[in-house]
Design a protein around this ligand. Structure first.
Ligand SMILES: [Zn+2]
Length: 380
C-alpha cells in the first residue's frame, strides 16, 4: 500500500504542476473551466485507487488524459504503478492506449514504447518486448537502456550472434570496450557449434574469445574438449597447462572431462595433475579429482588415488566433500555428507552475492559475466 500511496502522491503532484502552469497561458474563464473538468475525474480516480478499485480508477484517469495531452504523464505513472504491482495486463493496456493517441508527443512515444517493452519483459513475453525495444530504437538509435535490455533478452534466448551485434552498438553509444563480455559471447557460440558438430566454427569462435580474454574459461574448455576428442595428446596437454595458468580458479571444472578419456588420463594427464598438486597443494583440485574418479572409475581406483594424494581437509566444507566421496556406503556420516553435497551451493556471485550449485558463466540474478567464483570457507 505504501507504493500505492506514493504513486497517488506522484500523480497528484504531476496534476498540480499541470494546473499551476496552464492558467497563465490561457484566458481565465476557459482555463478555470478546463481545470474543473480535469479535477473531477482525477479526484474520483484517486478515490478509486485508494479503495483498491484500479479498473474504475483507470477509467477516470483515461478521462483526464483525454482532456489534456500533458496529462499523459499521469497515464505513464499509473502504468508504472501497475507493473510494479505485478498487474502486467493493466500496465500493457495503459501503455497501448497511450501509444494509440494521435496527439502523443515524440518524447512520450519513446517512453511509452520503453514502458510497454518493460511490461512484456516483466510478463515473460520476450518477443513482444524485443519488438517494442526495436520501435524505441527506431526513434532513438542510441538509447542505451533499450540496447542493454535487448541484449539481455538475446542472451536469455541464447541468440549469441544477435547479442554480439547489440553489444557492439552499446560499445559505440557508451564509448567503452566490453572485450571480456564479448569473449563470453564468442565462447557460447563456440560451445553451440561444438554441440552441433561444427568443429571449424567451434575452433574459430573459441580462438576469438581467447584472443579477447586469455582467462575466458569456457572458451578454453571448448578448445581442450576438441583436442581430447581428436586424440591430439600434445594439444590437450598444452590446453590443460594453459587452463591451469590462465584460469586456475576454475581449473577443477575440467578434471572430470579429462578422466572421461581413460587412455589419455592414464598415460599423460594423471602425471600432469600430480605435478600440479606437488607444485602447489590445492584442495579444490584434489577433491574434484577424487570426485571425478569416484564417478567414472572403480572404488579401488578412488581409494588408491586417495592414498596417493594423502589429502587432509582444512575447512568444514572440504571435510564434508571428502566424507561424501570416500565415506563407506552404510556410514551415517557419509550418508549425511552425500546429501549435503547434492544440495550445497558451490559458487557465489561477486556482484550480487547469489549462490548456485553449478557454475554459470553469466550470473542468473544480476546477469554479469564471469562473476561467479568457487565458495571459499574459513580454514580451521
Ligand atoms: Zn550476480
Amino acid at each position: 500500500m505504501n507504493t500505492l500511496l506514493l504513486t497517488v502522491t506522484a500523480v497528484a503532484l504531476v496534476l498540480l504542476v499541470v494546473l499551476l502552469l496552464r492558467p497563465q497561458q490561457e484566458p481565465p474563464e476557459s482555463g478555470q473551466e478546463d481545470v474543473d473538468a480535469r479535477i473531477s475525474p482525477l479526484l474520483r480516480g484517486i478515490n478509486f485507487l485508494l479503495s483498491d478499485e484500479p479498473d474504475l480508477a483507470l477509467q477516470e484517469m483515461v478521462q483526464v488524459a483525454r482532456l489534456r495531452s500533458e496529462a499523459a504523464e499521469v497515464y505513464m505513472a499509473l502504468g508504472e504503478m501497475f507493473r510494479s504491482r505485478g498487474e502486467i495486463g493493466r500496465a500493457v493496456r495503459i501503455h497501448q492506449n497511450l501509444l494509440a493517441r494521435p496527439d502523443l508527443a515524440k518524447s512520450l512515444h519513446l517512453q511509452a514504447h520503453i514502458a510497454l517493452a518493460k511490461d512484456f519483459q516483466t510478463g515473460g513475453l520476450l518477443d513482444r518486448a524485443l519488438a517494442q525495444y526495436s520501435k524505441a530504437l527506431a526513434l532513438k538509435s542510441d538509447h542505451a537502456d533499450a540496447l542493454e535490455a535487448s541484449l539481455r533478452i538475446r542472451e536469455q534466448s541464447s541468440e549469441w550472434q544477435r547479442a554480439e551485434e547489440l553489444l557492439s552498438r552499446l560499445e559505440q553509444v557508451r564509448n567503452t570496450s566490453y572485450g571480456s563480455h564479448r569473449a563470453y559471447l564468442f565462447s557460447e557460440m563456440a560451445a553451440h557449434c561444438l554441440h552441433e558438430g561444427d568443429l571449424e566454427g567451434a575452433s574459430m569462435h573459441a580462438a576469438s574469445a581467447i584472443e579477447l580474454d586469455s582467462s575466458c574459461v569456457p572458451a578454453r574448455i571448448v578448445t581442450l574438449q576438441m583436442a581430447m576428442a581428436a586424440g591430439d595428446d600434445e594439444a590437450s596437454i598444452h590446453q590443460i597447462e594453459a587452463l591451469y595458468r590462465h584460469a586456475n580458479e576454475h581449473f577443477s571444472l575440467v578434471i572430470k572431462k579429462i578422466v572421461a578419456y581413460p587412455e589419455f588420463y592414464r598415460t599423460k594427464a594423471q602425471a600432469l595433475l600430480s605435478d600440479f598438486l606437488k607444485l602447489k597443494p590445492d584442495a579444490e583440485i584434489a577433491l574434484s579429482w577424487l570426485e571425478a574418479v569416484a564417478d567414472l572409475q572403480s572404488r579401488a581406483a578412488l581409494l588408491q588415488l586417495y592414498h596417493e594424494l594423502n589429502f587432509a581437509p582444512s575447512s568444514l566444507r572440504e571435510s564434508l566433500r571428502l566424507q561424501a566421496v570416500v565415506g563407506e556406503a552404510g556410514d551415517a556420516h557419509a550418508v549425511f555428507a552425500r546429501k549435503w553435497r547434492k544440495a550445497a551451493k558451490n559458487y557465489s556471485c561477486e556482484v550480487c552475492g547469489v549462490a548456485v550449485i553449478d557454475i554459470r558463466w553469466q550470473c542468473p540474478q544480476c546477469h554479469s559475466w564471469g562473476s561467479l567464483h568457487p565458495k571459499r570457507e574459513e580454514v580451521i
